[in-house]
Design a protein around this ligand. Sequence first.
Ligand code: NAD
Length: 364
Amino acid sequence: MTAFPILLAPGDGIGPEVLEEALKALAAVERRFGHEFQYERAVVGGAAIDRHGTALRDETIEAARRSRALLFGAVGGPKWDDPGAAVRPEQAILGLRKGLGLYANLRPVRVNPLLIEDAAIKPEVLRGVDMIVVRELTGGVYFGKPRKRWTNSRGRQAVDTVRYSEREIARILRTGFELARGRRRKLTSVDKANVLDTSRLWREIAVELAREYPDVALDHLLVDACAMHLVTHPADFDVIVTENMFGDILTDEASVLAGSMGMLPSASLGARGRGGAGMGMYEPIHGTAPDIAGQGRANPIAMILSVALMLRHSLALEAEAAAVEAAVDAVLADGYRTADIEAEGAAVVDTARMGTLVAERLSA
Ligand code: NAD
C-alpha cells in the first residue's frame, strides 16, 4: 500500500464545508484502490489571522513542502475585508504559490451535457466544451518592478511594469504543450503581440518550442480575439496557455461556460519530476461564499473535482482521478443537484448529501 501525505487547508466560509465532502471521496478512493492518504491540517486565511495574527505561517509552507499535495478550501470574508489592512486572508494564497514555486495555474472547463439546458449561454454553443486554460502565475504585471504612484505638476501618476524572462515563458509554454499532448493535441497561445514586446517574446519562444512538439498543433490568438472566441466558439479550444493578467481575465470568462462557480476545480503546479508528477495546490475556483456559509447549500463538486486533479497531477493516479470524475457525472445523471445547479425535475440535495452520493458512487 502506498501512503500519500497530503496537507489540508480548509480556510474560511464554505471552504471547510466543501473540503469535508472531498475527504469522503478520498476515503472511497482509499477503499477501492488500496491507497492510504495521510492528512495534516493547517489553519490559513481569516481563521489564521484570528488565531495567529497572520494569514499564512511559515510552518504551513514547511508542512506543504513535506506533502505530496495541498488541498485548499477558500479564504476571506466580510470580517477581514478591509482593503487597507496590512494582514489579509488572500496573502495565504499568494504566499503558498510563491513559497512552493507554483507558477502554472490550470483551470479545466468541461461543460457537463446535463447542465447545458440551464446555462446562461446557448446550448449549441456550449455543446462539446472541454478545455484547460493554463495561466502563468508568478510573473508579468502583477509582480513587475517598478510599480509606484507619485504626484507631479501634471497631477497623480502611476506605473506598473510587465516583465517576462525567457525562462519564465518557456516553462509555462512547456506545461501547455505537455498537457495538450495528453489531450486533443491542440495548443492556443494567447498574447498581444501586435502591441507588447513581452508578447512578441512570448510568441517567438512558442514558435521555437513548437519544433520540440511536432505532434501538437500550435496556434496564436490575440487576447481580445480570444475573449470573443471563448463565448462564440468555446468548443474549438483544447489547451489555452497565456500570461498572468490575460489568464486572470480569461479564466473568469471561461468559468461562466460551466454554469456555476461550484463546478470548477483548479490546480497550481510547479516544476514537474519524472513522470510529470509534482507538488501542487488544488482548490475550487470559488471563494468562501459568505452568503450561503453554514447553511449546507454549498456545492462541493468543485472541491471534489479538485481532488481528481490532485490524483492526476501530483500523485500520478490517473485511473483514480477518472473514477472520481465519473462518480460526479453519474450522480448528476441520476438527477441530483445542489441549489446552485438546480434544474426542473431534479432532486435538490445539501452539501453533505452530495458528498455522500459521490463517495457511494465511487465505492460501488
Ligand atoms: P464567491 O465565489 O465566494 O461567491 C460568489 C457567488 O457564488 C456567491 O453568490 C456564492 O454563494 C456563489 N458560490 C460560490 N461558491 C459556491 C458553491 N460551491 N456552491 C454554491 N454557490 C457558490 O465570491 P465572492 O462573493 O466575490 O467572495 C466572497 C469571499 O471569498 C471574499 O472574501 C473573497 O475575497 C473571497 N474569495 C476567495 C477566493 C479564494 O480563496 N480562492 C476566491 C474568490 C473570492
